[in-house]
Design a protein. Structure first.
Length: 396
């Protein structure tokens, strides 16, 4: 049974001050966590990882390997290189010798070879081979189109296609609506979103929500909540309301308002299929069942501090919105803040170390056979017996 959640403090805090409560921004504080001598946890949720990466030369190389295996959907090495890269990102010291990485969790033989080559020659030959590989480059290009995943990219590659213009010119290729818009806005969307553009999008979403649902609450999530400094591929938000069942109306109202203003370039809306019987979800990366929409918005240059590139006066931006019922808000917030690796390890930690199942909807204690309620992310960390970790420490 789901616990009854007392949401009165949440509702009260929403009534005070701004109808739409935003998180206060903090300065990023680096938090030295490990020295070459101190032990490093095998779980990202027990390692503080800021955006200040002291081992970028190594993690960039490992991430090329991750990407290469993601393209081919080969899970084993993909997980191994991701974990190794994530461990290196959390170190407060730079790797200067192979000896210093001895004993680090998940830095296996293959990762060690890459690190060793970089230490010795300043580059990894395997990574350079991949970067120069036609298939890698082409799949990377195809997958940079919104709506194109590894299967479609690989199919096009096997058909002999090598450029975006060849795809558009091909008489037998039927693009779905998402892909059509992906191609249409490709140059804007592949440029990524700057932090000042993300702030402008945040202001637009807050304004829009205020005008259609003054009692609703909007919070920024995803990479921009983690203060990842520069580019993001999209801007993610959670919208909810204390009014029972009211969350189901929010996204259609928001999209309608954006449409009226001529700012909605594309929308794909998935209504909620949430059912308590279906949670908690055993699959690590399964998306949640809450109502959500994947949008492309027109962001006008006049709204952005640094303006936007080009002479059109606007740019296209990818925006995702999810609308959970308020009693599931904390779980959705924790899940949508990421990073993906942080989330994977949090779930793995819950399952392996605590016999609990965590997902974006709920936390289930398999020993007690019950759901554990939470109003805030801090409650979830406490249920898991983990020290609370601020969003800017979750850049695993
Ligand atoms: N997420 C997840 N599992 C998925 C997809 C997303 O746990 N299959 C979580 C992690 C981050 C958050 O949702 C938002 O996803 P993204 O926008 O893809 O990631 P991001 O961290 O915001 O980075 P970026 O937007 O720059 O790719
Ligand atoms: Mg994002």
């Amino acid at each position: 049974m789901m616990h009854v959640v007392d949401i009165s403090w949440f509702t009260e805090s929403m009534k005070e001050g701004q109808p739409v409560a935003m998180e206060t921004r903090h300065l990023i504080q680096t938090c030295p966590q490990s020295s070459p001598e101190s032990p490093v946890s095998p779980y990202a949720c027990q390692r503080r990882t800021t955006i200040e990466n002291k081992n970028k030369i190594f993690t960039d190389a490992l991430e090329v390997l991750v990407e290469r295996y993601e393209q081919s959907e080969i899970e084993g090495p993909c997980v191994a290189f991701r974990r190794a890269a994530s461990v290196l990102k959390s170190l407060s010291w730079s790797i200067e010798s192979v000896r210093s990485i001895e004993g680090l969790p998940y830095v296996g033989d293959s990762s060690r070879t890459v690190i060793q080559e970089i230490l010795q020659y300043g580059r990894s030959f395997e990574v350079e081979r991949i970067l120069a590989d036609e298939r890698y480059q082409t799949l990377k290009l195809f997958m940079s189109v919104f709506g194109v995943g590894p299967k479609t990219a690989d199919k096009w590659y096997r058909q002999g296609l090598r450029s975006l213009s060849q795809i558009l010119a091909h008489p037998d290729i039927q693009l779905n609506r998402m892909q059509q818009n992906g191609f249409l806005h490709h140059s804007d969307l592949s440029r990524g979103v700057r932090a000042d553009e993300a702030r402008a999008v945040e202001a637009l979403i807050v304004e829009t929500v205020q005008s259609v649902a003054p009692d609703a609450v909007v919070t920024l999530s995803g990479g921009f909540r983690r203060y990842r400094s520069m580019f993001g591929h999209d801007v993610d938000f959670i919208v909810t309301t204390a009014e029972a069942g009211g969350e189901s109306l929010l996204l259609p109202l928001i999209m309608e308002r954006l449409q009226e203003q001529g700012l909605l370039l594309f929308q794909a809306y998935n209504p909620s299929t949430f059912d308590l019987q279906k949670v908690p979800c055993r699959r690590y990366e399964a998306m949640d069942f809450f109502a959500k929409c994947f949008l492309i918005l027109k962001l006008e240059g006049s709204r952005v501090q640094g303006g936007v590139q080009g002479d059109r006066g606007w740019r296209a931006v990818r925006v995702d919105l999810v609308a959970p019922p308020i009693e599931h808000f904390a779980f959705t917030q924790l899940g949508w803040t990421g990073s993906r690796q942080f989330e994977r390890d949090l779930r793995r930690f819950a399952r392996t170390e605590r016999n609990m199942i965590l997902d974006n909807h709920a936390l289930y204690d398999k020993t007690k056979n019950q759901f554990l309620a939470a109003l805030t992310e801090k409650d979830i960390f406490a249920h898991l017996g983990l020290e609370y970790m601020e969003p800017w420490h979750r850049n695993a």
